[in-house]
Ligand binder design. Structure first.
Ligand code: LLP
Length: 410
């Protein structure tokens, strides 16, 4: 492993100083990096009628949503609450697509009333939507293309055993419902997984959609979902967006020719936009030697960053306060009263109690998957943008933990 970088900065602000000023545990986001990632995608598809619907679930902080809106993004949401957060951040309802899984029909009608786009992922809801609104409310259909794509089992969602989407085998049933209620299908959609590196997986999905699309005369767009891979380790390769565009654009143009009209091309990236821009700063509470290993216990746990425990995800760790230290091996663990190992046998510059460590790639599915387990408040969030570190979410307090509790008089 290479020596760690001295004076690590986030948007030109020294990371240590941010940690010292705002305290730990702390999520920090580099706003310019977020905008740059957005522009990388936009530029790769330049000249195409492209819409990027940032997958809000990756990181829903209102200031981040606002930043992306100003950069030109639309939004993909999975709950009515995410939709409302989007609207609080200034998105117009027409910019928002609701792509839920397994929600009640009432939630779908609430989204319809708000005027946001609807993406349907099961036949039962399609039938209900048709019965209630007929041709008055157009919708998109999420197709399950039966494709095995994505990093690991937990994040592969386009295969035949996945709960997501309507199986491509049920195309005749979809068409029967659409016809009987005169539903206007304005888009077809796939999302097959997260951490998809190869352009080939997107192309496989695209071909399934192109063929199905010929049955739907009212389409305005095709959505290829999100799932672009980012580099978690130095040796990792992210999805090559230019290579993907080089394959997908001609295929899409071909399809549009055959279809007889130019359609919009949509993506819903989450990780690609915010993962690398985010950092989790933690403080070392204790360095604990056992006969077998040396543990580094930090002031965080799977209540704040669950990806290592839930997906075996690798997050690079930087010792901000002792970058020149002698390299040693550690198990970096949290303060949760369960096994919450962030990293095993990780080589780090000597770690001392009080050091500030920083997890990289913490922007996506970090804060948004956090919890209050062990009655721990969630961290504060800071957005570095325009040469300044802005507090964009206050650290939770004990009052936040008890706010909705009711003590009963027995
Ligand atoms: N569109 C839909 C319909 C989705 O379900 C998702 C993610 C995305 C877009 C964005 O995917 P992305 O570009 O972020 O890979 N929590 C896991 C990833 C689960 C993603 C769930 N759906 C993780 O931390 O790896």
């Amino acid at each position: 492993m290479q020596r760690q970088q001295n004076n690590f900065s986030i948007g030109q602000q020294p990371a240590i100083r941010i940690g010292q000023e705002f305290g730990t545990p702390l999520y920090v986001y580099d706003g310019q990096k977020i905008v740059n990632q957005f522009n990388t995608l936009r530029n790769a598809f330049q000249g195409m009628p492209l819409r990027l619907k940032y997958a809000a679930k990756a990181l829903t902080n209102l200031s981040v949503l606002k930043l992306l809106r100003q950069a030109g993004s639309d939004l993909d949401v999975v709950s009515i609450e995410e939709a409302r957060l989007g609207m609080m951040a200034g998105y117009q309802p027409e910019q928002i697509m609701f792509t839920p899984s397994g929600v009640a029909f009432e939630e779908i009608t609430e989204a319809v009333e708000l005027g946001i786009g609807i993406n349907i992922d099961n036949l039962s809801m399609l039938e209900k939507l048709g019965r209630k609104y007929g041709s008055a409310v157009p919708c998109c259909i999420r197709i399950n293309p039966h494709i095995l794509a994505g990093g690991n089992e937990k994040i592969q969602v386009g295969h035949i055993n996945s709960k997501f989407g309507i199986s491509i085998d049920y195309l005749p049933e979809i068409l029967r419902i659409v016809k009987s209620h005169r539903i206007v299908i304005n888009g077809l959609h796939i999302h097959t997984g997260s951490d998809i590196k190869q352009a080939g997986a997107f192309m496989q999905g695209a071909n399934v959609l192109f063929e199905a699309a010929m049955q739907f005369p009212d389409l305005a767009f095709i959505s290829f979902g999100g799932g672009f891979k980012v580099a978690y380790r130095e040796a990792d390769h992210a999805t090559d967006i230019d290579a993907l565009a080089a394959e997908l654009v001609p295929a899409f143009r071909n399809f549009c020719n055959k279809y007889g009209r130019d359609l919009e091309i949509w993506f819903e990236p989450g990780k690609f936009i915010v993962s690398e821009a985010g950092y989790l700063l933690v403080r070392v509470n204790v360095v604990k030697q056992t006969p077998a290993v040396t543990f580094v216990g930090v002031d965080s746990g799977f209540n704040h960053l669950i990806r290592p425990m839930f997906y075996d995800a690798y997050h690079e760790i930087i010792n901000l306060t002792n970058p020149e230290g002698v390299l040693r091996k550690y198990n970096v663990v949290g303060y949760i009263c369960e096994t919450d190992t962030f990293a095993k046998d990780r080589q780090l510059p000597e770690v001392r109690e009080g050091d500030i460590l920083m997890f990289r790639n913490a922007g996506a599915y970090g804060f948004s998957m956090s919890s209050n387990y062990n009655s721990r408040p969630r961290p504060a969030e800071v957005l570095v943008y325009g040469g300044k570190a802005h507090l964009v979410r206050k650290r939770e307090t004990l009052e936040d933990l008890v706010r909705n509790q009711v003590i009963v008089d027995f």
